[in-house]
Design a protein around this ligand. Structure first.
Ligand SMILES: CC(C)(COP(=O)(O)OP(=O)(O)OC[C@H]1O[C@@H](n2cnc3c(N)ncnc32)[C@H](O)[C@@H]1OP(=O)(O)O)[C@@H](O)C(=O)NCCC(=O)NCCS
Length: 152
């Protein structure tokens, strides 16, 4: 029997941040520190979403408006145990809708050039590669910039 998991997406709360931090550590070699996650939550309470399955936080996304009409995805991560279940897609769609409501016409993000899985994920969501940014990351890696128009 295939069990369908119910995914609940909601705004993050301070009590979620330790779990978000642990997901960051599972996802990235340069995770955001707790102090930065805390600051982002305070500054952008409606731009920090988490995905819950059975009451457990298993993913998050952070998105903000920059330059009035551009939404910027700062981070997204899904616990490895819960990947390929469209949780990342659900987080992105909800975030994109929020950014649109705030006036975004375009959503932009950067991803490591070596992160082919993330590039495939974003391509599937309709993002296009628009350029490279050399030395974008602290270890010197190039970023791939990706954008999606959200005007309709
Ligand atoms: C990228 C990430 C957020 C995707 O989350 P997810 O919940 O597993 O993604 P979804 O299930 O919504 O995937 C939707 C589609 O994206 C593509 N995709 C997602 N992960 C993929 C992978 N590892 N390899 C290839 N394609 C992938 C597929 O087309 C997938 O659809 P399919 O399963 O029907 O083929 C997750 O892999 C992750 O947390 N990675 C580590 C952190 C990271 O790299 N974040 C982005 C940094 S810029």
């Amino acid at each position: 029997m295939v069990t369908q998991r119910i995914v609940h997406i909601r705004e993050a709360m301070e009590k979620d941040l330790s779990t978000v931090l642990s997901i960051e550590y599972k996802c990235f070699k340069d995770p955001y520190p707790l102090s930065l996650l805390n600051r982002l939550l305070i500054m952008h309470p409606d731009g920090f979403l988490v995905a819950e399955v059975d009451g457990k936080v298993v993913g998050y996304v952070i998105g903000v408006i920059k330059w009035r009409a551009t939404g910027h995805i700062l981070a997204i991560g899904v616990d490895p145990m819960y990947r390929r279940q469209y949780i990342g897609s659900a987080l992105m769609e909800q975030m994109i809708n929020r950014l649109k409501e705030k006036g975004a016409k375009l959503v932009r993000l950067e991803t490591r050039k070596s992160n082919i899985d993330a590039q495939r994920f974003y391509l599937k969501l309709g993002f296009k590669m628009v350029g490279e940014i050399p030395y974008y990351y602290e270890d010197g890696e190039t970023a791939i910039a990706m954008e999606r128009s959200v005007e309709n």
